[in-house]
Design a protein around this ligand. Sequence first.
Ligand code: PHE
Length: 456
Amino acid sequence: MGLKFDFMRKRSTFGSRFGTVAVVGGSVIGLGNIWRFPYVVGENGGATFIIIFIIISFLVSVPIMLAEFSIGRNSKRNSMRAFRKLSRVRAWEGVGYLGIITAFTILSFYSVIAGWSLEFIRESVAGTFMKLDPQQVNDNFYGFVHTGWQPALWTAVFVAATALIVGSGIEKGIERFNKAAMPLMFVILILMCINSFTLSGFREGVEFLFKPDREKLNLHTVLNALGQSFFSLSLGMGIMVTYGSYIKKSQNMFKISGMVVVADMLIAVLCGLAIFPAVFSFGISPSSGYELVFLTLPNIFAQMAGGQILAFMFFVLLLSAAITSSVSLMEVVVAYVYEEFRMKRRTATVFVAAATMAMAILCAVSQMPGSSLRIAGMDVFDFFDHITSTYMIPLGGFLIVLFTGWAVKGSVFRNELTNGGLYGAKLYPGIMAMIKYVIPFLIAILFLNQIGMLKW
Ligand code: PHE
């Protein structure tokens, strides 16, 4: 008992509110904001989608984030122990384990993509793709990916950097790094947006992003918004449980989640404004995912005035977005390992980083042509991406809301969330009703739709 108490008393917290928002914001702002959100918006009805997205984010995602924060802050434990502590039914700790496994799996393939951005930072400094035509840009990228060892090397560098930040602790490592990275990302984006104004495709880009389309006002769009919001806000895998455990008792979690959601959307919209005017200026059709950032954009940078500098800024942005997210993923696993196995944070980080490197390198190498590293007809990279986004995240989110709504004593959740009735007490009944009844139902529909059992 004495030991346990000591352990709890020593638990670190984030230093300030800005620090907390920067850390949580660092997790939610990631590759999804840059390469997915703007495209999904453009394809799904522009402003119509954005409005649906905002409604979903506040009505559905914020309550889930608040639930995760509360579970973490109340228990002050890693995400497995948090679930075990708050319920007498032992099986709920499975939700914590699921989250930890999900975070680790995502980290494995996320690190590979982040490794690519390191290579592209190098290439933009060297000016490699500046002289290439589209076919050569294509060959250059796949040539790199298909070597297997080059991406593996960069991935290892990236995982080591992530581990360095996580291993340095909550306030001195994660918070300090995020407080620098977040403003940097804003500055880069603003500069890129200013450049967008000067381009001939500005109007077309803005139209692609914002032009409302009433026809897209349907359930399919709602589900798309729900899926995007979920991934973008890093929900369903215990990240917010873990980060919640470092939030000071005095802080207002409503404010934190509100600020984070607004920052997430703002960055996503700025990314759209930074990217799509350029895409349209060069008569290229919009794309998403790795194609957008590693093929489409390098082509554009190659032709654009000041392209080399813009390319460098863009890939630094991509790397910053990725590393602040991967830090949050690694922290979920590290918090579990060091608390449960009673290790020092640094020792735990070394173990977790080694395991991550092994898995990430497996992902990178599985992309070599003719590689026999395949699961269910996919290379390891695609397989991990698929099982996490289709099954593990929705399932985790679903179980977390069930846990909060039905398994935890209502008074515990209420007290934690409202700081004992101080903040948002009037909102509480509405949030609870969403968590108990509406959100599980919505996630269930999303899930059935994703696995193809319900189709629109
Ligand atoms: N939220 C991040 C993004 O938008 C991705 C992410 C998902 C990070 C899950 C951690 C966990 O890209």
